[in-house]
Design a protein around this ligand. Sequence first.
Ligand code: TPP
Ligand code: MG
Length: 661
Amino acid sequence: MSTADPRYQKACDTIRILAAETVEKAASGHPGMPMGCADIAFTLWSRFLRHNPGQPNWLGRDRYVQSAGHGSPLVYALLHLFDYGLTMEDLQQFRQWQSLTPGHPEYGWTPGVEVTTGPLGTGFATAVGMAIGAKQLAARMGDEELFGQRIFVIAGDGCMMEGVTHEAASLAGHQKLDNLICFYDDNSITIEGATSLAFSEDVGRRFEAYGWQVIKINGQDHAQIEDALARATANTDTPSLIIAKTTIGCGAPNLAGSHETHGAPLGEEEIAALKTALGFPADQSFNVPADVRELVAERIAALRQEAAEWDARLDAFKATNPEKARLLDQLCSKAVPGNILDELMAAVPEKATATRSSGGTIMQRAAALVPSLCGGAADLNPSTKTHLKAEGDFSPAERTGRNIHFGVREFTMGLCANGLALYGTGIPFTATFMVFSDFMKPAMRLAALQGLQVVNVFTHDSIFVGEDGPTHQPIEQLMMMRGIPGMTVIRPAESNEVAQAWAAALQADGPVAVILTRQTVQNMPADVVATMAVAKGAYVVSDDEAFEVMLIATGSEVQPAMEAADALRGEGRKVRVVSMPSWELFEKQDAAYKESVMPSACRKRVTVEAGITMGWERYAGTDGAMIGVDHFGHSAPYKILADKYGLTGEKIAATVRDYLG
Ligand SMILES: Cc1ncc(C[n+]2csc(CCOP(=O)(O)OP(=O)(O)O)c2C)c(N)n1
Ligand SMILES: [Mg+2]
């Protein structure tokens, strides 16, 4: 297929018109970006992107990430043309209930969509994680040619303004991710009007400073696009940014170049004028001319042929490298041994320690057993204890490294983890202090939305951070994370619970937050460990027959709750103590189990957690009491804070005593 073929321009124009019609029919959506980027995208898809039309999960594929997710009609037009199963009817159902063409591209919903995008900048940073994943896989397989997959991105002005692309571009440049190629759709327009309203830096020089190759082109000129892609794909040293000057709404006779095309239908008259201007019959809609179909069909046939050849090479590779073949299977299936729980329990340190420390020990065992486990911290490894000691550090010189130094870039870390999960060969983990989970929240939300298995380790999980003071003491973050649908939050009480939490995380089908202490906690007695059930979310740790009050605690508050129970028992009270490491896992249990742990007849309930109480009403009930921290903390040794904020065993006992009257 040559760009000089007259059908080539017609194919690009077909995409323009389809995008405009898609939005028009839905009476909602963003036609401008797809119309401006049709030439870039078609050139990419038809000449450079290695893919296997109709096989969205083909292992040898390059990835296409449209960070400018609002331009979803472009993705849908491409998936339609390249035979990924989107029909013309699907395009006509754009943005409708249950249609395969939702407002923004959604991973797991529309075959061929590699990542959910829409929050600007996030696709770009996710692509950096994919590029790391691709590099890692190639190196671990020892065949950079066979596994030389690339990640292509289209990002807009909005993406370039968002902070997360600054972080992520810096990391990608540092890591010399030459398999990452991003088009910047430089159309100088965002929603409110010209970008000059709020944006005036030289993006190219910025990226050059990050260590990227920067190429400037006219994004409507096919030869220039092709040349830029040839240069970018030939570069084996740095990521590439292709700054493509485009016209938003390109082709629309009256509206091209106007911010009015950004996010509203063009209107029927303008669409008719668009068709006429581009030489298409004005009375036909949702039409792909036969010669355009023919052109794309030729390319599809060639792509399928290339894919079959790649598959044959893969088979040969597997036959000559049986060990690598086994590893590849383990990576692609994200395999976890069936006895992982026993293995991790055997790694639990005997002596009392902070759960971040036992977490670090347990992770070493997990990494040895689960080859797909990879990740790192945002410059806090010495504190989060999440460095995989037997593994190398990922770098331009050592691509097999399973430890990734994300630098002080939490948001990018979260999105890179998503990208690693999406790339399909990793169970990624991240690590930082829990208070900085705020910096990762949008990434965690996207992980949950996409159902991605990502393990986020958060240490220093409460006011018991102590001396660093209120800036470093999480208060509302636990509830923030519990508030994300699909997120599993696990706050272990001690080291055995940490092992069980990691076992659950490695077998999860979505994101997990493992919440660990800075301070030392006691291990549970052996009889409690014997019946420990973190996977069920909550279980009884100490009990009296015919108990009158139930204490429900999480994490480091379980131990003082047990102490409080003992004190109350000394006064003749009958008490049950429940450790509740995970609300979400508990809610997945059947009614009988839930009733067995928290009988509905027991209305005297006291919850204990060193964080905001909002939300604990669910388990405390209308007659219950809640012990927590509904204010910011203070800088002081943590034992003082425990006392001042009523979280020692003694103070908890006193509160329960008052409550019972
Ligand atoms: C994080 C985030 N903030 C705000 C928005 C709302 N939004 C959608 S598109 C857009 C403007 C994007 O401009 P640009 O990337 O230049 O796209 P173009 O107008 O060129 O299509 C905004 C602010 C968003 N989607 N994500
Ligand atoms: Mg723009």
